[in-house]
Structure formats: C-alpha cells, structure tokens
Design a protein around this ligand. Structure first.
Ligand SMILES: [Zn+2]
Ligand SMILES: [Zn+2]
Length: 308
C-alpha cells in the first residue's frame, strides 16, 4: 500500500461547525507521523481508532495554539498508557522549553524520552531521514517562525521478476546485485544474466508537502515542484483577501495558484476560518484555478497515488 494521509482536524483559530483545530496523520512505509496537534487531537485519534502507541514522530509547524495546544495532553496520555519507547518531536524553537515547564510544574516525570529535533526558522532543513523517507522543512511566511514539511520517499530498488526468476539458482549476493540494477557476470567476465531480463522497474516514489500556515508565498514553488499531494492552507475565500494578507494567511485561489505553478498531482485545502459554515465557496474558488482540489474534511483518508 502506498502512503496515506488522514485528516484529523482542519479548522483555523476557533473550533466551529464541528471542525476541530489542525492535525493530520501521515502513514508511509509503516511509519506514522502526526503533523500538528491542535486541541482535541487525542479525541480525534480515539474516534478514528488510531493507536497512539504507534505514533513515534510528531511534527509541529509553529507555536500558534491551534497547532499544538493538544500536545501536552497527548504526551501525558502516552505516559499514562505506559509508553517506554522514545518519541521524536520535530518542533520550532521554544517548544522544548514550554513542554518541560508544563511537566516540571505538574511534577510529571515521563517514562519515555522525548527526542527534540529543533528546526531553524527560514531555512530548508532535513529533520528526519531513514532508509525509506526524508522530511525537510518548508519555510513559511506567517509572522512567527513557521515551517511546512516535505515528505519524500527515497529511490526504491528494482523488483525481482518472480516468474522468470523461479527456475534459477541465484545467491543472495546476486539477488542484491540485481536489485541495484547490475547485470550478473560469469567469472570470465561474460554476461550470465542481463538485469532487465530478471527485474522490473522500481515502484514509484511518492511525495507529500504540508503547508500551513502561510501568506501566499510563491518562493516555495521550486521546493515543492511536482509533488504528488499538496496540503495548503486556505483560511479565507476571496471576499476576505485583505484580511488574509493582514493575518499572514492565504485565500483558496492563492493556494490553488501555488498548486498550479508547482504542477502538483492533487491539492487539499484546509485551515478554514470559522466564518465559513459551508466550505463550497472555498472549494469552488480554488477549482477555478486548479481543478484537482479537495477539502480537508475530518476523517477523510487520501491515498497518495503517483502523479506520473
Ligand atoms: Zn493556524
Ligand atoms: Zn498560525
């Protein structure tokens, strides 16, 4: 199964119209990343039957409350449920201090270690890497230190063509050579098997960019060019363009224009203002600029398919 994004909360500053504050869950190659953790995130995790013990990485975009006020509650619950394995918290400067102060004054001594990875504002930084995935920050323009996150799968190995391969007696070393694209050679240097006869092309690599919160910032287009899936905040519709600019937020059309210029596969809009009970206007305005757009409705899962 390819990567999958599940929307937990998708509203901006205030809880309204049954929409919670921002939070999402991104699954890639058995890793579970919680992206932002607004108030109520724990309840949403429970509602959608997600085991919090499986979350090993939490990424926080910035320190406005709608993106992290649920964090201390979640950290405490992990502790009460007996968590012992380390949790990585990818966070803006200041969050480590806030959390340690909250724990200190409640005299809570966590049974697990928090590994803080503090990113540098206004820089593109690698904040996570394993054998399959990298995560870089995307500097946002939001009046306070704020970062989006770009997830990219690493290049995958070639796949063994089982049907052709079954009659051959190959060593593990030879199989590894095939997977990295080499031909198999005899001791005299002649070709024993051509790579292309025994392997299939690697599965596609997927990418996801999370961009919240930000003023319209065309400067990010190069970095997110051609991603399969883009989440971009669209706090307001066109009627509130001036307010969007004054509060360092984007309109739906601006989010769609970023998607179009970056040639992404699909755009998801979120971080809606409480002033919109119905979100049709946000979706319709965006679609006039970039058609493959959907709303971040709570609970929705987006399977990420390769844009090709
Ligand atoms: Zn926000
Ligand atoms: Zn904000």
């Amino acid at each position: 199964m390819g990567p999958e994004l599940q929307i937990l909360g998708s509203n901006s500053a205030a809880f309204a119209h049954r929409r919670h504050h921002t939070s999402q869950l991104f699954r890639i190659q058995n890793q579970l990343f919680l992206i932002d953790c607004g108030e109520g995130t724990q309840l949403l995790l429970k509602k959608y039957q997600i085991k919090i013990s499986k979350i090993d990485h939490v990424l926080i975009s910035h320190l406005h409350g709608d993106h992290y006020f649920g964090l201390i509650g979640l950290l405490s619950t992990m502790h009460l449920f007996g968590r012992e394995k380390e949790l990585t918290l990818i966070a803006p400067p200041g969050l480590a201090e806030i959390i340690s102060l909250q724990l200190k004054h409640s005299q809570t001594w966590l049974m697990y270690k928090i590994n803080f990875v503090e990113w540098t504002p206004d820089e593109v930084e690698l904040v996570f890497e394993n054998q399959q995935v990298t995560v870089h920050t995307i500097p946002m323009d939001h009046g306070v230190p704020c970062a989006g996150f770009l997830f990219r799968e690493k290049e995958k190995k070639r796949r063994i063509h089982r049907e052709v391969f079954s009659g051959l007696d190959l060593s593990p070393l030879e199989i590894n050579r095939l997977k990295i694209g080499e031909d198999l050679v005899n001791p005299d240097g002649s070709i024993k098997h051509k790579n292309k006869e025994l392997t299939l092309d690697p599965l596609p690599q997927f990418s996801y960019a999370y961009c919240s919160d930000t003023k319209y910032k065309p400067g990010i287009i190069d970095q997110i060019q051609d991603v399969d899936l883009l989440y971009h905040e669209s706090t307001f519709a066109d009627d509130m363009e001036e307010r969007a600019h004054g509060t360092f937020h984007s309109t739906a059309k601006e989010a769609a224009s970023i998607a179009k210029e970056a040639n992404v596969g699909k755009l998801i809009l979120g971080h809606f203002s409480a002033r919109y009970r119905e979100l049709d206007v946000i979706l319709e305005e965006a679609k006039t600029v970039f058609d493959n757009t959907e709303l971040a409705i709570e609970g929705t899962k987006f399977e990420i398919s390769n844009k090709g």
